[in-house]
Design a protein around this ligand. Structure first.
Ligand SMILES: Cc1cc2nc3c(=O)[nH]c(=O)nc-3n(C[C@H](O)[C@H](O)[C@H](O)COP(=O)(O)O)c2cc1C
Length: 266
């Protein structure tokens, strides 16, 4: 359809409604029951389930994170209050974040609460419990954690050290199209998608499910931040190639989908 009901040319903000726009809108629709044959998925074909998280390389340092008993800074916060207080925060104190806070926030965004053969149940929901996200933490200003990129291992509640880099702040700001406040965060969450983890079950219609899952993780981070006097801001504006290169994702089987700087709230 290229015209509105009254005969005017169909335009969105001056751009003619073209095939590409229509295709992009298609992404938002549900195709599971009309265009999807469950009998042809890898799952139905008996292909082994992919791992719930990327296993760390054998040469990687793995840092165990403090568990719930050590989260003494996490005061019980009334959920209604946390929801009401939630805001996108872009101004952070210079005070470093504590590893306990980082551990709590990682648990709140991807922590595993139960697991069985081929699935994990986490603090966030996921279509088919597939959990196709990986969480990278760019530590910029975290006490006792050298500046660098780490990856959360949900099943172990631990961090795998990817690489150390003292110049991450400006690099992140640049890769996020000059959003300089990212460099002032204590840590920056970088979520990547590993699409095959979802595609194994839902085939080519997985992208929407992954996008929805990412929103759940983002919202848990927003609310959990309120509990530890931290603040965050969702970041959807970034340069895909630069961000993939920055955290060393291959850009095909794993790529960045969302970011969130976290810091002590001002
Ligand atoms: C998908 C998404 C992408 C966003 N991207 C950015 C961004 O790149 N930079 C930024 O400063 N804020 C970004 N935001 C935050 C919004 O600007 C913010 O949520 C909005 O202004 C409403 O403010 P509030 O979150 O305090 O209610 C994003 C939010 C969402 C949900």
């Amino acid at each position: 359809m290229t015209e509105w009901a009254d005969g005017r040319e169909r335009k969105i903000q001056g751009i003619t409604m073209d095939e590409q726009t229509k295709q992009r809108r298609q992404f938002l629709k549900n195709h599971i029951h009309t265009e999807f044959d469950f009998s042809r998925t890898d799952q139905a074909q008996g292909v082994p389930v992919p791992p719930a998280e990327k296993p760390p390389r054998t040469d990687q340092r793995v840092i165990e994170l403090p568990g719930p008993k050590q989260w003494e800074t996490v005061a019980p916060v009334d959920l209604t209050r946390a929801i009401r207080k939630r805001r996108s925060r872009r101004i952070f104190k210079e005070k470093p974040m504590r590893v306990e806070e980082l551990a709590f926030l990682l648990w709140a965004t991807q922590g595993v609460v139960r697991q069985g053969p081929g699935y994990t149940m986490r603090t966030v929901p996921s279509a088919g419990a597939r959990h196709a996200l990986e969480t990278y933490v760019c530590a910029l200003h975290v006490a006792e954690l050298p500046s660098g990129v780490y990856r959360y291992l949900p099943t172990r509640h631990a961090l795998a050290e990817e690489f150390l880099d003292g110049e991450l702040g400006p690099k992140l700001a640049e890769a996020c199209l000059g959003q300089r406040f990212l460099a002032t965060a204590g840590a920056v969450w970088v979520w990547t998608a590993v699409p095959y983890r979802m595609e194994w079950r839902y085939g080519p219609v997985s992208a929407k499910a992954i996008a929805l899952d990412t929103g759940h993780a983002g919202q848990n981070l927003y609310l959990a931040c309120e509990a530890v006097d931290c603040g965050t801001c969702a970041i959807g504006a970034y340069d895909q190639k630069r961000m993939d290169a920055l955290i060393r994702a291959d850009g095909e089987d794993e790529f960045v989908v969302y970011l969130a700087p976290v810091g002590k709230a001002k």
